[in-house]
Ligand binder design. Structure first.
Ligand code: UD1
Ligand code: UDP
Length: 375
């Protein structure tokens, strides 16, 4: 079969890596179209290099614009490429503007679509990714759900006949690429194992409202702990535009750096005491790494992880609430560390731990689905 992958954003390169390896192993022809939505070396190329993903055959260079601008120019470029390539199937990943552009262009050419990470729902009417997910799922032919709840959402929307519970390709990546050179990385940042928080910050909900931005900065400065923040370029440019950049650099427990590669990020995650993030992907990886996740968006992305208190929502309403959240974070991190240090408790936890996201072979089940339904 001739299979086209359409990607454009950082988390999609990480999801693509295991699927691409499986496509190659099974002897299919593969072509990668990069929309160019993310384009900085450390938001794009680094992942192709370190995860050994083949170079994209085409980069559409749609990077940076409004939702409509990026989606529209990606659709035009994707349509042109697909007419030339004539693939048997197109694989789309996640919920970004590149994903929805891929879904609309591919679907109108009547080419079968496989959507990886289908069925995730936050039930928010304002979250941009939710709109992308709904449209993509309803236009796709093979819907690969990462967990049971996502699968159930597809059933509820009448999409059962197209849905498969495959598990999560991000877990495949996590197990494959693991953590490397941890001593060197911790030394680089001047941090000790289990004595810092890893933070990421980029979502629209947290970068468009100045009050919210100030509350996040207030939280960070009140945490009595080193924080490593590989900062997304979107957030950096917002902070600069708002004249807050110097203030941010003065927060003495906060170490800001450029976005890092996947292996470095996973290493920082695995050796941290906890994660402070608004990233759906990283909140799930916190569970793989067995580190508590403090989530900075009022959305439930992975309900199974909320049910076991793996993802803890922070209320960022005012400075008084923030003081309470700082205490909650401290207590939770101490509790988690004590479990990790206690061998008996740790073994019990490992036994009890249900893996909600499959067994690390999601990409095989995805290819089984594509071959079974299309060949
Ligand atoms: C996008 C996705 C979001 C995903 C995130 C992953 C949509 C609607 N949003 O958000 O779902 O969680 O990617 O990281 O598709 N920029 C650069 N260099 C880059 C990329 C971005 O400087 O390589 C800056 C530009 O100023 C750009 C801004 O970041 O305007 C936002 O980028 P964009 O791709 O629109 O959205 P993300 O916030 O990255
Ligand atoms: N990530 C990375 N380097 C960073 C920050 C994140 O490699 O500096 C990885 C992270 O481990 C996860 C993915 O990027 O696999 C998440 O991407 P992001 O937070 O940009 O998007 P989201 O998951 O919110 O869509």
């Amino acid at each position: 079969m001739r299979i086209v992958h359409i990607v454009g954003n950082r988390p999609q390169f990480i999801k693509l890596a295991p699927v691409s390896r499986t496509v190659q192993r099974r002897g299919h022809e593969e072509i990668i179209i990069h929309t160019g939505q993310h384009y900085d070396e450390n938001m794009s190329d680094i992942f192709f290099k370190e995860l050994e993903i083949p170079r994209p055959t085409k980069n559409l260079e749609i990077g940076s614009g409004s939702h409509a601008e990026m989606t529209a120019s990606a659709m035009v470029g994707i349509e042109k490429e697909l007419i030339k390539i004539r693939p048997d199937a197109v694989i789309l990943y996640g919920d970004t503007d590149s994903t929805v552009a891929g879904a609309m262009a591919t679907s109108k050419l009547n080419i079968p679509i496989c959507h990886v990470e289908a069925g995730t729902r936050t039930f928010s009417r304002t979250n941009p990714e939710e709109k992308n997910r709904i449209v993509t799922d309803h236009l796709s032919d093979i819907l690969c759900a990462a967990d049971k709840e996502s699968y159930n959402n597809l059933v509820k929307e009448g999409l059962e006949s197209r849905a498969i519970l495959t598990g999560d390709v991000m877990y495949d990546s996590f197990l494959t690429y693991g953590d490397k050179d941890s001593e060197k990385i911790l030394n680089k940042y001047g941090i000790e194992d289990n004595e810092y928080i890893l933070m990421t910050w980029h979502r629209q909900e947290n970068t468009t409202d100045i009050r919210r931005i100030n509350l996040i900065l207030s939280l960070v400065s009140k945490l009595n702990k080193k924080i490593i923040l590989p900062l997304h370029p979107r957030t950096k440019s917002v902070l600069i535009k708002l004249g807050l950049w110097d203030t941010v650099l003065e927060i003495c427990n906060l170490k800001i750096c450029e976005p890092v590669g996947y292996i470095e990020n996973v290493t920082l995650l695995k050796h941290s005491q906890g994660i402070l993030t608004d990233s759906g992907g990283l909140s799930k990886e916190s569970y793989f790494a067995n580190r508590p996740c403090f989530f900075m968006v009022d959305l439930v992305v992975w309900p199974c992880l909320e049910s076991i208190n793996q993802i803890i929502h922070l209320k960022l309403t005012d400075n008084e609430t923030i003081l309470k959240e700082v205490k909650l974070m401290d207590d939770t991190m101490k509790h988690h560390a004590s479990i990790r240090d206690d061998v008996t408790k740790k073994n019990e936890l490992v036994k009890e731990k249900i893996n909600f996201f499959g067994d690390g072979h999601a990409s095989e089940l995805i290819l089984d689905g594509i071959e079974g339904r299309l060949q």
